[in-house]
Design a protein around this ligand. Structure first.
Ligand code: BG6
Length: 488
């Protein structure tokens, strides 16, 4: 066993999001959010992410009139809402020092535009973070992880509408004021670049609500509004609570050239740049020239207010959080090449890599490359806030889950991370396994794509006991954490 010298304060954690685990979708004053409108569709090709995630106004109305939870997997989640004491206790027993999770906006402001917050929602999260603190676990709080109150979608056009910045501002400040004593690390918006790939589930944008507009322009306007909203939160925290650390967050899917043909190398660089644009803006404080040029070429006009530029410039993030699951290849001409998928990014199949059951190619070195590229670009602290494997685990008759494939995935990725920490001179705050218990998949709305270290007895239609069982990977991660710097 090789040991690695790492900072004893390095955060080892797990991660999840409210809409994927909580359930309790209409309890204690919570309003309906976009996640409650995403139906599990068994006949759907779950790797067809566009079909799985785009939604029409008609479908949203249908969702609103069906108050059941069957097939609306995110409405019941894994009932973390009622089980959090037990879940946190079990996760704490692994020896974690960090727990990343998100807060449901609609649990605090049920309609998004309410005058007063829902006290029951605030108290719920207060108890949650106190519970984490009780076990010396550092909470890492995401304010918006694929959620927005439905009322803001139907009556304000979601993030496209400038007024939503004010509603988010009020929500965020309410929560930060309430929880700042317990939570040091904050991430305003999960995978802020995802708005381009899945504008509804990321930002509540429904294409048919904009019949006379170029929908791409709508998406970029909403993106800009999210940057303004994030900068406002950063400003507020830096001025009011200087001890807090506020990160930006991007999806780091490594994109490689299919081969060494320079045209393919160039294509891969362009695709990566499209994601880096999001961290460039939040770390360097301005729109990079290459993005401005792209917007101009595509005739996209973003409406800005006078102080947006200064606000974004003067209020940059303290660290770069990112998710990493896999890599893809690309080519300037993909005709005839075998395609693959990774975290809702289409690419060309990489013959050097194995793939998961869901066709995501497994590439631990891609994690090390992400660390190097992001650190070289910004020289700012990094934080791996998501890394894990979705697989269809089997509960044996003696209630065990032998997920050696997940152990293998985690071991290889963590090893690359530790090598990078020791060899590459990067600055890394921590690492969180995605996820905690099993949870509902963000893209396919199914639980059978399982990510947890703890199994939940539940199927895709919502049948099951909700009982929890520790997987082999749970015991493996526990062992790793007890060693601290050696990989079992
Ligand atoms: C990340 C999201 O992009 O990917 C998570 O932030 C999500 O919410 C994770 O669960 C894995 O994706 P999926 O679609 O397999 O759940």
């Amino acid at each position: 066993m090789k040991s690695y010298q790492i900072d004893p304060n390095f955060l080892w954690g797990v991660a999840t999001s409210a809409n994927q685990v909580e359930g309790g979708w209409n309890e204690d004053g919570k309003g309906m959010s976009i996640a409650d409108c995403l139906r599990y569709r068994p006949q759907l090709d779950v790797t067809n992410y566009k079909a799985a995630n785009s939604i029409s106004s008609k479908q949203v109305k249908e969702a609103m009139s069906d108050l059941s939870t069957k097939n609306w997997a995110k409405r019941h989640g894994v009932d973390f809402y009622h089980n959090y004491h037990e879940d946190i206790k079990q996760l704490a027993a692994m020896g974690i020092s960090a727990f990343r999770f998100s807060i449901s906006w609609a649990r605090i402001f049920p309609n998004g535009d309410d005058q007063e917050p829902n006290q029951a929602g605030l108290d719920y999260y207060l108890d949650l973070v106190k519970e984490m603190n009780k076990y010396n676990i550092e909470p890492i709080m995401t304010l918006s992880h694929y959620e927005i109150p439905l009322n803001l979608v139907l009556n304000y056009d979601a993030w496209y509408d400038r007024r939503v910045i004010d509603f988010f501002d009020k929500f965020a400040k309410t929560v930060i004021d309430y929880l700042h004593d317990y939570v040091k690390y904050w991430i305003p918006i999960n995978e802020i670049d995802s708005i381009i790939r899945h504008p509804f589930s990321s930002a509540g944008l429904i294409e048919d609500r904009f019949p006379n507009k170029n929908f791409k322009n709508v998406i970029y306007q909403a993106m800009h509004n999210q940057f303004v909203a994030s900068a406002r939160i950063i400003k507020y925290c830096h001025e009011t609570y200087p001890d807090l650390k506020i990160g930006c967050m991007i999806t780091s899917t490594m994109v490689y050239p299919y081969n060494s043909d320079p045209r393919n190398v160039l294509r891969a660089t362009e695709i990566m740049r499209n994601v880096y644009a999001f961290s460039d803006i939040q770390i360097r404080g301005k729109y990079p020239k290459y993005l401005l040029k792209k917007l101009k070429e595509e005739d996209i006009k973003i409406e800005e207010e006078a102080d947006d530029t200064d606000l974004i410039k003067e209020n940059t993030a303290d660290f770069i959080a990112f998710s990493y699951y896999s890599s893809v290849c690309t080519a300037y001409d993909t005709t005839g090449l075998q395609v693959t998928k990774a975290n809702r990014i289409n690419g060309v199949y990489n013959k050097y890599l194995p793939e998961s059951e869901w066709g995501w190619q497994i590439d631990p070195i891609g994690l090390r490359l992400s660390l190097i590229k992001l650190y070289d670009r910004y020289q700012k602290p990094l934080f791996i806030v998501e890394n894990g494997l979705g697989a269809s685990d089997v509960l044996t008759s003696d209630k065990k889950i032998h997920d050696d494939y997940r152990i293998c995935y985690l071991r290889d990725h963590i090893q690359q991370m530790l090598i990078s920490l020791v060899e590459d001179g990067i600055d890394l705050i921590g690492y969180c396994v995605w996820g905690t218990t099993d949870m509902i998949s963000a893209s396919s709305n199914q639980i059978s794509k399982r990510y947890g270290l703890i199994y939940v007895d539940l199927d895709d239609e919502g049948n099951g006991t909700y009982k929890r069982y520790r997987k082999d990977s749970y015991y493996w991660y526990k062992k790793l954490l007890s060693f601290g710097n050696k990989i079992p």
